[in-house]
Design a protein around this ligand. Structure first.
Ligand code: MEV
Length: 340
């Protein structure tokens, strides 16, 4: 073979190998990316945060993930493989469908013309209070954005998640989707425009236990009831709000200083405010009392309330296990984690 023909063959072979490697790499990249949204626990400020005062929220390590495939049949096919407490998925199905449509619409996917198959999974147990709706909206936003090749920024993913949250309740503060999107511990504040949020750094980790009442609550109903009470008695509301702002202001300082004893006391005060707001319930109060009796440094309901979750501050592994064991005797599900 003449020299230049040989060179030509070598070059062609090399180019073919490069193409194969590129295709392999693309496949690996798509397969490797996990499109996820974290679960969250509100440390301070559920309900108050709707009215534009700061709140503190901690994402948990568990997340919902989503894969999205564009299909030739118009419409949405949803395969929901998330772990969940009994009844949750059935009760939330209509809201989940609406939230999904809102995310897709926001991203410009017209399901009357284009089909999409969404598969939800991950290790976050879908339960009221953990931000299961927001974590799924964020995961769907990320997965669909990638399938459509939109190259979304984190801010755009968060905006898509916020749109989805409107399917679960008309006036979300945005705290759940922001926590699901960015993770970590955030100070969050809703404003008339974009929300303000700031990552919080703790000097050391601290144990935390959270437990479910097993009751699935409706955020729309509870947020609506709080609004009605606020409008009916503005003086009562202003007084509660003043006390809450004092609690969250100090709460931010003690998180930063690592004063877990005071953190526990403030967490207890926030629970009292939730009781006065009428968003706690006997089942939550019982779990809160159980955690405190077992030695937790503080305990409160977390999230919408009237069911859902409570959390307890439990510095040290021994105390974490002791409080978790006490809660396990009463609650259908209990989780151990750390704030970090
Ligand atoms: C729900 O996780 C938190 C609420 O404050 C509602 C919201 O902030 O949108 C009850």
């Amino acid at each position: 073979m003449p020299d230049n023909a040989l060179q030509q063959r070598v070059i062609e072979n090399l180019l073919a190998q490069i193409d194969e490697l590129k295709a392999e790499n693309d496949k690996l990249r798509q397969g490797d990316v996990v499109h996820k949204g974290y679960g969250k626990l509100i440390l301070f400020g559920e309900h108050f945060v709707v009215y534009k005062v700061p709140a503190l929220v901690a994402a948990v390590a568990a997340y919902t993930d989503c894969t999205a495939e564009l299909t030739s049949t118009p419409g949405v096919e949803m395969i929901d493989n998330r772990p969940a407490v009994p009844g949750y998925k059935v009760k939330k199905k209509a809201e989940q469908d609406e939230a999904t449509e809102l995310v897709l619409k926001h991203l410009g996917l017209d399901t009357s013309k284009q089909g999409v198959r969404l598969t939800l999974g991950g290790d976050l147990c879908a339960v009221s209070g953990i931000g299961a709706s927001a974590s799924s909206c964020i995961a769907i936003g990320r997965a669909v954005g990638a399938a459509m090749g939109l190259g979304l920024t984190e801010e755009q993913v968060n905006a898509a998640g916020y749109e989805g949250e409107k399917g679960y309740h008309g006036t979300p503060s945005g705290i759940d989707n922001t926590s699901a999107c960015y993770g970590g511990i955030l100070k969050f504040q809703r404003t008339a425009g974009d929300p303000i949020f700031e990552m919080q750094n703790l000097p050391e980790t601290v144990g935390l236990v959270y437990a479910s009442t097993g009751i699935t609550a409706s955020t729309t109903t509870v947020v609506g009831d709080v609004r009605a009470k606020k409008e009916a008695d503005p003086k009562w509301w202003d007084d509660l709000m003043k006390r809450y702002v004092a609690v969250v202001t100090e709460g931010e300082q003690v998180l930063q200083s690592g004063d877990w004893k005071r953190l526990g006391e403030l967490i207890n005060e926030n629970h009292t405010l939730c009781q006065e707001l009428t968003v706690s319930c006997p089942e939550l109060d019982e779990l809160v009392d159980t955690a405190r009796a077992a030695g937790a440094w503080g305990a409160k309901m977390s999230g919408t309330g009237r069911g859902g979750l409570m959390l307890a501050i439990t510095p040290g592994e021994e105390l974490t296990n002791k409080v978790a064991a006490a809660l396990e005797a009463k609650a259908p599900q209990v989780w151990r984690t750390t704030l970090q």
